[in-house]
Design a protein around this ligand. Structure first.
Ligand code: HAM
Length: 423
């Protein structure tokens, strides 16, 4: 039996990969405008990083990690997300000492989660994310959100909903935590076994439970916004003020808690409101994680970021009927007839490529007509026709495949003359 691709993964083939490249380039361009610089961290990390970073009561850590022992007996995990790695690297490379502060980073690469595959949910997916470390100015929260929105808008998406919440600082979270325990404790027996464990360890996680989503106590659960202390309230007010100042519409949803443990203060998600988008509508998620750098062994440093997957971005584009042209351009195709011409085509192809032209030739010994067809199939702009007799006379024929116009260029000055023709 033929070997098949693993469940929840996909091949991105030529024809579609150009759409990915377009989006990736757009993301990099926007990061440059906002002054975020790329960071590349390993695809696997010590498992301990995610236990501490993402949180051991989260679904990601409990159910979704690809973890294994390497041949040296070390516990290794394929990264399920990027924030923990970036924060580890920030602390390990002492970026808190960089002359340029805050440290603004972005990443783009595959993440791995053992989830049940469905539309918009893969086991390997590509995240684009940013992290800003070292600033506790609410304006940077608004900047991070604006960067994500700009990527979507620049690609033409319109049916977007930005949802924000505040999870408050430690004091606010502790007060909320106590209220949640009081709320759920009397009837915790009606909840799943995971939620029963969550009650003491991290009751906020109950609000994010997929199994108990419809339990009546979920709707009446105490809202974090009622437990925000003055500082947290003021911080959240500023973030909202700045979002409005940047012309970003948003909705406050006090039930937005996010699926990772490191968040405090600002939490946000961007959803697609396009019809037919499917059950999973979250395109992007992020928030503030003051305290995580310290958790990773660095000095107390505030941080905020987001991540979004290219897979869901592509689904959103499809749902809104937006087509990114998969561009693939070829300058010329050499059509060689006769033995000498074929030999010479090796030299000429090399010269063309050295001069910067994307060029191709026939490698299947095809007849002239079939070589022209091959040139058209790859949408070459010019056919360069080499014949034994013409070469002897020092000429090369060039045909513009869009207009049908044919010109003779000299063999000796071909690259110069061809460059002029192309201009
Ligand atoms: P997250 O909400 O777990 O947050 O994931 C962020 C985004 O990754 C989601 O909104 C979605 O676009 C995409 N995503 C997650 N799982 C899948 C999947 N199985 N298939 C396809 N796409 C998926 C984080 O990962 C945080 N690290 C975000 C962050 C950065 N917070 C602060 N900084």
């Amino acid at each position: 039996m033929a070997i098949q691709i693993p469940r929840g993964t996909q091949d991105i083939l030529p024809g579609v990969v150009e759409k990915w490249q377009f989006i990736e380039n757009k993301a990099k361009e926007i990061c440059n405008k906002y002054q975020y610089r790329e960071i590349r961290t390993p695809i696997f990390e010590n498992t301990e990083l995610f236990l501490r970073g993402v949180g051991d009561t989260t679904d990601i850590v409990q159910k979704e990690m690809y973890s294994f022992q390497d041949r040296g007996g070390r516990n290794i995990t394929l990264r399920p997300e990027g924030t923990a790695s970036v924060v580890r690297s920030f602390a390990e490379n002492k970026m808190f000492g960089n002359p340029t502060q805050p440290v603004k980073l972005y990443y783009l690469g595959p993440m791995f989660r053992y989830e049940r595959p469905q539309a918009g949910r893969y086991r390997q997916f590509v995240q684009f994310g940013v992290e800003a470390l070292g600033s506790m100015d609410p304006a940077i929260d608004a900047e991070v959100i604006s960067l994500a929105m700009e990527l979507y808008k620049s690609l033409g998406l319109k049916k977007l909903r930005l949802v924000v919440n505040s999870l408050g600082d430690n004091e606010s979270r502790n007060a909320h935590r106590a209220a949640l325990i009081n709320h759920f404790q009397p009837r915790i027996g009606e909840f799943c076994s995971d939620c029963q464990k969550r009650l003491e360890k991290n009751p906020l996680r109950i609000l994010d439970c997929k199994k108990d989503r419809d339990h009546e106590l979920m709707k009446s659960a105490p809202s974090i916004l009622e437990y925000l202390n003055e500082d947290s309230k003021q911080y959240f007010e500023k973030v909202k003020q700045y979002l409005s100042a940047m012309d970003m519409d948003y909705i406050v949803d006090p039930t937005l808690v996010r699926g990772l443990d490191y968040y405090n203060h600002t939490a946000f998600e961007i959803m697609s409101e396009a019809e037919g988008f499917g059950a999973i509508t979250t395109l992007c998620g992020g928030g503030r994680y003051n305290g995580l750098v310290q958790e990773m062994g660095g000095p107390d440093t505030p941080g905020i970021g987001f991540a979004l997957s290219i897979e869901r971005l592509l689904s959103a584009l499809e749902a809104e009927g937006i087509n990114i042209e998969a561009e693939h351009s070829v300058d010329c195709y050499i059509i060689a007839l006769g033995e000498e011409a074929k030999d010479y085509s090796v030299t000429l192809l090399q010269k063309l490529r050295t001069a910067g032209f994307s060029s191709e030739r026939d490698y299947l010994n095809r007849k002239m007509k079939a070589q022209f067809k091959a040139a058209e199939r790859i949408a070459a702009k010019y056919a360069i026709i080499l014949g034994d007799d013409e070469l002897k006379m020092g000429n090369i024929a060039v045909k513009n495949l869009e207009t049908g116009e044919q010109t003779e260029l000299s063999l000796d000055h071909f690259i110069d003359e061809f460059s002029k023709l192309c201009r």
